[in-house]
Design a protein around this ligand. Structure first.
Ligand code: NAI
Length: 271
């Protein structure tokens, strides 16, 4: 169902680790819709080799960048512009990692060195990318930047732990930078708040299968898949959403507006 929505557009996709990654699905959809892309991931993730498969399908170069390194980000943006022979039209920030979750530290027993790293990778990295692009004037007018987030930024989902704080910061940066980049260059910046999705990052959260089936039962449309998230992201990169900026957009089958569903109420009555 390609409609050439991104014909002639050029973009950078962060965070394609394997076939399940939301970024992987989005890269494929962007190319189907006529875009040219550059793929990037942390050097350590790239050593796993999977991304080269995607690069071949998408006919895209891969440029390594650790999102916590200003040097890497500057190099990525500069090399991407050289590759495209001009500025960029869209960026997908699909990056997240919690060191405390990974090391089994609970929210009431955080190691703050880990927390700083979590914030740096999962939230401040968006600021780093935007600030570097802003200074290099790397994004065309009406360009679009999307970062992925989760509803734990608004409400407590216990096992999401420090990632909830990271996502709150990420959403705030999208809003704040969205103002400045909007005024200066009409660049728009939004976050998509996606349903729980079975990926490497998702499955790292304790009790994740419970999250998925609870959200499925709570959402009138069911959980949104990674492919559906990719479709939504394409629409935000396209010219059909030009006046949408500084928003946190729920892509969750109605989960965020549902207090209790019949399916969950019936399940509770059984207890
Ligand atoms: P994923 O594990 O496939 O993607 C996470 C990516 O972050 C990986 O490609 C990883 O290599 C990259 N990354 C980690 N540290 C990095 C660093 N220092 N520099 C550069 N890249 C780095 O998992 P998924 O689910 O596709 O995650 C993508 C985004 O979607 C994340 O922001 C995640 O929090 C968000 N999200 C995921 C949901 C889920 O249930 N899977 C739900 C809502 C949002």
């Amino acid at each position: 169902m390609a409609h050439n929505l991104l014909k002639g557009k050029k973009g950078i996709i962060f965070g394609a680790l394997d076939e399940k990654s939301i970024a992987w699905r989005t890269a494929l959809r962007c190319v189907e819709e006529g875009a040219e892309i550059v793929l990037t991931n942390a050097p350590v993730a790239m050593r796993m080799g999977e991304i080269n498969k995607l690069a071949e399908i998408c006919k895209a170069p891969v440029i390594a960048a650790d999102v916590t390194s200003m040097e890497d980000i500057e190099n990525l943006l500069t090399k991407s512009m050289e590759h495209f022979g001009g500025k960029i039209d869209f960026i997908l920030h699909s990056v997240g990692m919690s060191l405390n979750i990974r090391k089994g530290r609970s929210y009431t027993d955080l190691d703050y060195n880990f927390t700083q790293k979590t914030m740096d990778i999962s939230a401040l990295s968006l600021h780093r990318v935007l600030q570097t692009a802003y200074k290099l004037d790397a994004i065309n007018e009406w360009g679009s930047v999307v970062a992925l987030t989760y509803i734990a930024a608004q409400r407590v989902f216990t096992h999401y732990s420090e990632m909830a704080d990271a996502k709150s910061l990420l959403e705030s940066i999208a809003r704040s930078f969205g103002y400045h980049y909007g005024v200066k260059k009409k660049v728009r910046i939004n976050t998509i708040s996606q349903s729980p999705t079975k990926t490497t990052a998702g499955s790292g959260v304790k009790g994740f299968d419970g999250f998925v089936s609870y959200a499925e039962k709570m959402s009138p449309l069911g959980n949104a898949t990674a492919d559906e998230c990719a479709d939504y992201t394409v629409s935000l990169f396209s010219d059909y959403t030009k006046m949408v900026t500084m928003q946190n957009l729920y892509h969750d089958g109605g989960f965020s507006s549902t207090g209790i569903s019949t399916a969950v109420a019936e399940q509770m009555e059984k207890e």
